[in-house]
Design a protein around this ligand. Structure first.
Ligand code: PRT
Ligand code: ZN
Length: 222
């Protein structure tokens, strides 16, 4: 990896977190100029640049040292952290107060919920297999995890799973698919993440400065 003296932050290119992430950094006083391909934003008034990427790539970019920081859902960060057990790869530096949602278990609407034990032997569809496995282990439940890359909520109707574990915000998607939320596995929101080991050069000083400004902005918002 080439040494870098500018700080690099990965943010979602589009999607739910893209605009609020860049707004927040603007409110911290950072000014950016977009590259023509809109994949990179050059920091005009501080040595801080943005890389615009898919949210799923953000943990890997931090772990590989391509970016120093990232704005990503805690759901994505924790899933990546659980994929490499024993390694402390990431640090959640600040919760940012937007992109709120929860990772929950949802059952077909007509099924009663008596607790985690009723999931024993069932097939659970999810895009978050590591967090689901961790929750099942903590609850001492032996169930089958069906990992899907999307459209999890239709799996029970298709017969590929008995129930699901998915992100919920308003609950409208679950209702539209005749599912109901039961146990909440984790509460998520957008977070500022960094590597477990922070850079000790000028980039470390920039991170300190950015965190101070961020705390100012987040306190005003509360
Ligand atoms: O293209 P890219 O890979 O970057 O984006 P993406 O499509 O993977 O992610 P995106 O933009 O949908 O979500 C980015 C992040 O937003 C997630 O990782 C979460 O941290 C956060 N977030 C907040 C949500 C939701 N709320 C949310 N409701 N992410 C997804 N959903 C989905 C959920 O999966 C379900 O399908 O919305 C549906 C449920 O919404 P309700 O309101 O009907 O309950
Ligand atoms: Zn994604």
């Amino acid at each position: 990896m080439m040494p870098r003296d500018r700080l690099r932050i990965a943010v979602q290119k589009s999607g739910r977190l893209g605009d609020p992430s860049r707004d927040l950094l603007s409110r911290c006083g950072l000014k950016f100029r977009s590259s023509r391909d809109k994949l990179f934003c050059f920091g005009e008034n501080m040595a801080v640049d943005l890389l615009l990427v898919r949210d799923d790539d953000i943990p890997g970019l931090i772990a590989d040292g391509v970016c120093d920081l990232g704005v990503v859902g805690r759901n994505v960060l924790d899933e990546a952290a659980l994929a490499t057990p024993g390694e402390r790869s990431y640090r959640e530096l600040r919760a940012l107060g937007f992109g709120g949602c929860r990772l929950s278990i949802a059952l077909p609407q007509d099924e009663a919920w008596t607790g985690p034990q009723q999931l024993a032997g069932k097939r659970i569809a999810t895009t978050y297999p590591n967090q689901l496995a961790d929750w099942l282990r903590r609850n001492e439940v032996d169930a089958q995890i069906v990992t899907l890359s999307g459209s999890v909520e239709i799996a029970p109707r298709l017969g590929t799973a008995d129930l699901i574990c998915d992100l919920v915000s308003s609950g409208a998607t679950l209702a539209a698919n005749q599912l109901r939320e039961t146990a909440v596995i984790m509460q998520s929101e957008a977070v500022l993440a960094g590597a477990a080991e922070m850079p000790r050069d000028e980039r470390g000083d920039l991170i300190e400065l950015l965190l101070r400004r961020l705390d100012g902005v987040l306190n005003v918002r509360e």
